[in-house]
Design a protein around this ligand. Structure first.
Ligand code: ZN
Length: 546
């Protein structure tokens, strides 16, 4: 009776309290009847979870069929039969409990997915996964307790994964947002205390009182529909007040430090984003106010997630005369980033030459990498035109082989073998001036043609080889479709690698609030700005434009 000793995890079904009758005291036939009835009840619960009734009915009939023989054979046989029935009953109960649990987990997963969608994330994949699990539940049940236990584990893991994001986003929208506003307010209040000049101080004191009222009202607000606009208004007021107090402060340097400290705290409280590395240095070198403002302009689902943990100042990140950024898999690293850049363009309005603040666009670019890292956007079929038409190469040798094939498509080998062509191409890509036509290439016309081709290979990054452009980035060679580039170019840098292709497109569409070119794959568009679905801002779903 060991099976019966432990209480069941949740007796949510119509199981009578106390479980089975005690067989040592009752009439064995009666005990068998009782256990069979309990088995039927447990089976009935399985039926309510969508399992076919037939299997359970057959099981009961088979066990019941053994009863007359057992009764004739005596107490020992009856005990054995009773034990078999109880084992079947306990298994059915356990299965029903597991199914109840799994159903609850999947319902919870639905709720988490709804939260993600409300916070601007596409949830098609998530809802498909949930629907798939729901469909497979009955099949898993036919595998018994072991299969269902495994299934429950998979369902819980899936739910926890999306809940992790949803929790972060809930915080960013509610409690964390209020805490962040209070931090900004507290810092402003401290700054106001430092100001002695009455004419400067009085209006700020008034604004502070108004802000306090807004925060109080926000904390009382229970209606989510009213909470969001009230939160955004209080946030804007707090940020404006902090800016004004810092400007009016008698000690500008101290005020600036205080302002940065406030944004450091706000980033953590609202988005769970820490300052990495040397925090003081990061706060000193990165304009956290602008970073915060940029992040606030995005759907919160893109910001508050587990692949965007921290922001770190990294002095060595420089290119030319300005700082740059990088995404390190867990957060963004930024160099000393100042000034504007005009390299960005909207491919659908190519004549415009927008000036974009370098810090904001860099933050969005790195955020794009984090979104790609979290949701595996460029893990899709990047060879499709809608993804840039990318191809990857194992190394320079493979690139040269491809180029040799391009040459042989229209040119003559002239006596040289392909290996010799490949070798010559590798040499010129490594060193632009190393133009050596293979000696075996005897035919003068072929020599002339191949030499011209080698010159083009020396300019591999800008030449068009049979409709393909080539790039080399972080030790990796890629090629892409030149036609797609012409239609979807946001920046030159976009064409250095597939990940950069996405990050630049991401930064441009979100910063300029422009729809991506129509040729972009719908699965990529899910994460880009869309004017049709309300655009940026917390709660704006990044649905495909089409
Ligand atoms: Zn990048």
């Amino acid at each position: 009776m060991a099976n019966n000793a432990a209480p069941l995890p949740s007796a949510s079904g119509p199981t009578p309290a106390g479980g089975g009758a005690n067989p040592t005291e009752a009439d064995p036939a009666q005990a068998i009847e009782q256990a069979l009835s309990e088995l039927q009840q447990a089976n009935q619960r399985l039926v309510t979870h969508g399992l076919p009734a037939k299997a359970g009915e057959e099981q009961v009939a088979k066990l019941r069929g053994r009863e007359p023989t057992a009764a004739k054979a005596g107490a020992k046989a009856q005990q054995a039969l009773l034990k078999d029935i109880e084992t079947a009953r306990d298994a059915a109960r356990k299965e029903a409990d597991l199914l109840t649990e799994i159903t609850a987990i999947l319902a919870d997963a639905d709720a988490q997915a709804a939260q993600l969608q409300a916070d601007g994330l596409p949830v098609g994949q998530v809802t498909d996964t949930i629907a798939g699990l729901r469909k497979r539940m009955a099949a898993a049940a036919s595998g018994g307790v072991a299969a269902l236990t495994k299934f429950r584990g998979a369902a819980a893991q899936m739910r926890d994964r999306i809940k992790g994001d949803a929790d972060k986003q809930r915080t960013a929208q509610t409690g964390g947002a209020v805490d962040a506003i209070k931090d900004l307010r507290d810092t402003a209040s401290d700054q106001i205390d430092q100001i002695t000049d009455g004419t400067a101080k009085d209006p700020l004191v008034k604004d502070l009182a108004a802000l306090n009222k807004m925060i109080d009202a926000l904390q009382q607000q229970k209606d989510p529909a009213k909470f969001a606009p009230a939160r955004d208004a209080a946030d804007a007021a707090a940020r404006a007040l902090l800016k004004q107090t810092a400007a009016a402060s008698p000690d500008k340097k101290k005020a600036k430090t205080a302002l940065r400290g406030a944004y450091q705290k706000a980033l953590k409280e609202r988005y769970g984003i820490d300052l990495g590395g040397n925090k003081d240095q990061t706060a000193e070198h990165i304009d956290l106010e602008q970073v915060y403002e940029t992040l606030e302009s995005m759907p919160v689902g893109h910001v508050a997630h587990k692949k965007m943990k921290n922001i770190t100042y990294t002095a060595r990140l420089r290119s030319g005369n300005h700082g740059i950024g990088m995404y390190n898999g867990a957060g963004m690293e930024l160099g000393e980033i100042e000034g504007d850049t005009d390299g960005y363009r909207d491919p659908t309005h190519p004549k415009e030459k927008p000036q974009v603040p370098r810090l904001a666009i860099t933050v969005l670019h790195e955020l794009g990498h984090s979104v790609d890292g979290r949701w595996g956007i460029m893990d899709g079929d990047i060879s499709k035109d809608g993804y840039g038409g990318w191809r990857s190469f194992s190394g320079l040798e493979a690139v040269a082989q491809e180029l040799a094939a391009v040459y042989l498509n229209g040119g003559q080998a002239g006596g040289a073998d392909t290996d010799a062509l490949v070798k010559a191409i590798v040499a010129v890509i490594n060193k632009r001036t190393d133009i050596e036509v293979p000696e075996d290439m005897q035919d003068p016309a072929a020599r002339k043609k191949f030499e011209a081709f080698l010159h083009r290979c020396g300019n591999i990054m800008s030449e068009d080889f049979n409709g393909r452009g080539f790039s080399f980035s972080n030790g990796h060679w890629h090629s892409y479709s030149r036609t797609v580039r012409a239609k979807t170019q946001v920046t030159n840098y976009q064409w250095s690698a597939p990940g950069e292709w996405f990050a630049e497109l991401y930064a441009m569409t979100w910063y300029l609030k422009r729809d991506p070119p129509s040729d972009i794959d719908p699965k990529v568009k899910l994460y880009l700005y869309s004017s049709k679905t309300g655009g940026a801002g917390p709660g704006a779903p990044g649905q495909p434009g089409a």
